[in-house]
Ligand binder design. Structure first.
Ligand code: FAD
Ligand code: NDP
Length: 516
């Protein structure tokens, strides 16, 4: 914690950034009786898009993404409704009368976002947090210059600061026309025209999730993969997600290629998407290809917003990529803290930013000593078939313990709801869902000696299924503890209570019956 400082400041705490982490820290500090100011300012995208208070999650991240993902799943459910007896009033299958309207979806999603922006402003006011819609830059270690949209400038001083400025998507610097003609996820959720034929460049969370819901809404979607999909995730599960998207959703994958040039063939007008010509290059052969798309979206990673906020003046150290190294959220400057996506080497997820912000405020302003635990953080990729996980991947477990000293239990399965006329339902085939649990290995096969290391689940509602798996991991529970659980039937999550087959056994891991 920072040394005692008796100087008079305008505030006890100024939080720079009003996203998930900044909001949580500000409200918690104010609830503990501190005088708090929170700044939030959105620099518009190259296409001029900006949004209200709340940061990435609520405006251009988790929330609009989940709503659009849900919109695409609804389409799939309507396709299947026929087998459950639903039809149009004149007896036709609903799927034959189905059309998606992008502008309706965007309107409702944006209304929802504006409602959240309003609630945040109201909550900040009732909780006595001074909210300023202004951009903050350090001019001294305890002083910020704040600039409003109308260029008005003021200065505020504070005893403590929390940097919670998040990240923004990047454009490649070696693709002509990228910033001019392509969009990023910051533009997608309010895109004023139906995206049409879409190329998504990148192959991680953002890319696959956006490609997935766009395809589910009916668009022709291609994904350009530079190396592998979902780097950092379990390889088998990542490839499974990709294969599902490719084989059952018909997303096209363009492998081992990078973008070279984007040109405009026809500009966007009258609410219609533009037509763009994309030139891309194969990494090994060097061969160039050209194709036309209505939308090109870069999802090639994000950059921390730490380069234009005077951190050099404040003396805050950054790593080579601009992330802030911290020890328990404290930077190298004792009175300056950081939380959320700007942190070096921490999971970049909303609940992580919130937890870190709340616990930091309690440690600073209350007699509290609990630190944020960044280990065993669960996550879910909301692709057409969702993938949730927590703990070690199979590769990480092999690296750490050796292939001989881990056990991998697994099972393919089919959700009950997918079992009606599955042969007529090409998007929901049998045995395409998958569960895998990684444990340490007991050489005598005693599950009481097999400590749980990781949970992986590919199937519907993966986030709901995976949510409580950090608990047994944190408690260092064993495979025997897991086996002792009684499932809730018929659910997908019950699969984790019935995993007798290890990969090592070589036994068939597809499911045959369903109830015993
Ligand atoms: P942010 O929420 O990014 O907030 C930072 C705020 O600070 C922004 O409003 C920014 O404009 C503002 N700011 C920056 N500089 C200044 C300055 N100098 N002065 C004033 N204000 C400033 N996470 C999940 O857990 N689940 C998901 O499903 C999920 N989906 C995602 C989908 C997408 C498309 C994206 C892009 C991200 C997703 N994430 C998801 C990640 C999640 O959104 C982030 O981890 C989270 O928002 C980080 O919170 P933060 O407080 O660190 O930063
Ligand atoms: P990532 O940094 O995880 O991935 C970037 C992707 O872009 C990789 O596939 C990378 O490929 C590729 N790439 C990088 N540069 C290029 C290039 N020049 N040309 C082509 N491809 C390129 O970024 P994301 O934006 O997907 O995610 C950022 C973070 O946001 C995540 O770590 C996650 O924490 C959070 N998030 C969480 C979500 C959730 O919880 N559901 C959803 C979305 C985001 P390569 O592997 O070859 O480097």
């Amino acid at each position: 914690m920072a040394p005692i400082d008796n100087t008079e400041y305008d505030y006890d705490l100024v939080v720079i950034g009003g996203g998930s982490g900044g909001l949580a820290a500000s409200k918690e500090a104010a609830s503990l009786g501190k005088k708090v100011c929170m700044l939030d300012f959105v620099t518009p995208t190259p296409r001029g898009i900006s949004w209200g208070v709340g940061g990435t999650c609520v405006n251009v991240g988790c929330i609009p993404k989940k709503l659009m993902h849900h919109a695409s799943l609804i389409g799939g459910e309507i396709e299947d409704a026929h087998f459950f007896g639903w039809q149009s009033k004149n007896g036709e299958p609903l799927k034959d009368n189905l059309k998606h309207d992008w502008s309706t979806l965007v309107t409702y999603v944006q209304n929802n976002i504006k409602g959240s922006n309003f609630s945040y402003r109201a909550l900040l006011a009732t909780q006595q947090v001074k909210y300023l819609n202004a951009y903050g830059t350090f001019v001294e270690p305890n002083k910020l210059r704040i600039v409003y949209k109308n260029s008005k400038e003021e200065f505020v001083t504070s005893r403590h600061f929390i940097i919670a400025t998040g990240e923004r998507p990047v454009y490649p610097n070696d693709c002509e026309g990228a910033e001019q003609y392509a969009i990023t996820s910051d533009d997608l959720f309010s895109l004023p025209y139906s995206p049409g034929r879409t190329l998504v460049v990148g192959a991680s969370y953002v890319a696959l999730e956006c490609a997935g819901f766009l395809r589910g809404l009916g668009y022709d979607v291609s994904v350009m993969v530079r190396s592998i999909v979902l780097r950092g995730f379990d390889r088998q599960c990542s490839e499974h997600v990709r294969n599902y998207m490719e084989n059952y959703e018909h997303v096209k994958f363009i492998d081992r290629c990078v973008m070279k040039k984007i040109e405009e063939v026809r500009e966007s007008k009258n609410g219609e998407a533009p037509l763009l010509r994309a030139t891309y290059r194969h990494l090994e052969s060097g061969e160039e290809f050209t194709d036309e798309f209505n939308t090109v979206m870069f999802a090639i990673g994000r950059k921390p917003c730490t380069d234009n906020i005077g951190l050099d003046v404040a003396g805050v150290e950054l790593d080579s990529k601009g992330y802030i190294p911290v020890v328990n959220e404290q930077t190298n400057v004792p009175h300056i803290y950081a939380i959320g996506d700007v942190l070096q080497g921490k999971p970049q997820l909303t609940p992580v930013a919130i937890e870190a912000g709340v616990l930091l405020a309690r440690r600073l302003y209350n007699d509290h000593n609990v630190n944020c635990d960044y280990i065993n953080v669960p996550t879910t990729v909301f692709t057409p078939i969702e993938y949730g996980c927590c703990g070690y991947t199979e590769e990480e477990a092999i690296d750490k313990f050796g292939a001989d000293d881990i056990e991998v239990y697994h099972q393919y399965f089919t959700p009950t709801e997918w079992k009606l006329n599955y042969y007529d339902r090409p998007r929901k085939p049998m045995n395409v869902c998958y569960a895998k649990v990684i444990t340490t290995r007991s050489k005598d096969g005693d599950p009481r000696k097999e400590t749980l290391l990781g949970f992986h689940f590919v199937g519907p509602n993966a986030g709901e299924v995976i949510q409580f798996t950090p608990f047994p991991l944190k408690m260092k529970a064993t495979k025997a503890d897991l086996d002792a659980l009684i499932g809730i039937h018929p659910t997908c999550a019950e699969i984790f209570t019935m995993l007798p087959i290890s990969k090592r056994s070589g036994k068939e891991a597809t499911q045959q019956g369903c109830c015993g």
